[in-house]
Design a protein around this ligand. Structure first.
Ligand code: ZN
Length: 186
C-alpha cells in the first residue's frame, strides 16, 4: 500500500488458499501498527482452535494475542477502543461481518480481514466474496502447488469428508494449482 487514506477508516482484505501466508501477513501489518503505537485488537472465530485459544498463529509460528468471538456482533462491541482491527479466519463468520466492517470503517478505524476466499470445492467461502467487494485494499496471496510447484490458489482436501468446515492442517489439506486441483465429485 503506497498511499493510505487520511482522516478516514478503510477495509483491507487478505485472501488466498490455505498455506498462502494470510495470517503471517495479517500479523505483519498488525505488528507494524503496534510499533507505531496504534491501538490494535485481533479477533478470530471460536471454532478455529487448531493451535491456541487466545492467539492467532501463522504456519511459520508467528503469534499474536487475539480475542475469541462467537459472532461478528461481538467484534463490534469489543473493537470500540481500538484504531486497527484484525480478523483472522473471516470465512467462518456469517455475512453480518460485512456490516461490522463497514461500521468500523465509518468510525475511521482500519479493518484488516484475512480469510480463505474459496472452500475445498472451489466455491466462494462465507462472507469473503462480499468482503472482497467492499475492500478498499485487496490482496490475494498464493501458496505453492504440492503436486507441480506452480503458484496455487486452491485448497485440496485430502480426506473424503463432505462438510464445508473441517478444521485441519497439512494432515487434511494441501495447496494446489488450478491444473492439479481435484474438487470432490458429488
Ligand atoms: Zn499444480
Amino acid at each position: 500500500m503506497t498511499l493510505t487514506p487520511r482522516d478516514s477508516g478503510w477495509i483491507e482484505v487478505i485472501c488466498g488458499s490455505m498455506f498462502s501466508g494470510k495470517t503471517e501477513e495479517l500479523i505483519r501489518r498488525l505488528r507494524r501498527a503496534q510499533f507505531a503505537k496504534v491501538s490494535t485488537a485481533i479477533f478470530k472465530p471460536h471454532m478455529d482452535n487448531r493451535y491456541s485459544e487466545n492467539q492467532i498463529v501463522s504456519h511459520n509460528n508467528m503469534k499474536m494475542d487475539s480475542h475469541l468471538v462467537n459472532n461478528a456482533q461481538e467484534i463490534m462491541e469489543l473493537a470500540q477502543d481500538s484504531e486497527v482491527i484484525g480478523v483472522d479466519e473471516a470465512q467462518f463468520f456469517d455475512d453480518y461481518l460485512v456490516n461490522v466492517c463497514k461500521s468500523l470503517a465509518s468510525e475511521k478505524k482500519r479493518v484488516i480481514i484475512a480469510g480463505l476466499d474459496t472452500d475445498f470445492r472451489g466455491n466462494p467461502f462465507g462472507p469473503m466474496p462480499l468482503l472482497m467487494c467492499e475492500a478498499d485494499f485487496l490482496d490475494k496471496l498464493r501458496a505453492i502447488c504440492m503436486i507441480c510447484g506452480n503458484p496455487a490458489s486452491c485448497t485440496q482436501r485430502k480426506t473424503k469428508q463432505t462438510r464445508q468446515i473441517v478444521v485441519g492442517e497439512t494432515d487434511i489439506y494441501e495447496a494446489r494449482c488450478r491444473n492439479c486441483f481435484q474438487p470432490p465429485k458429488e
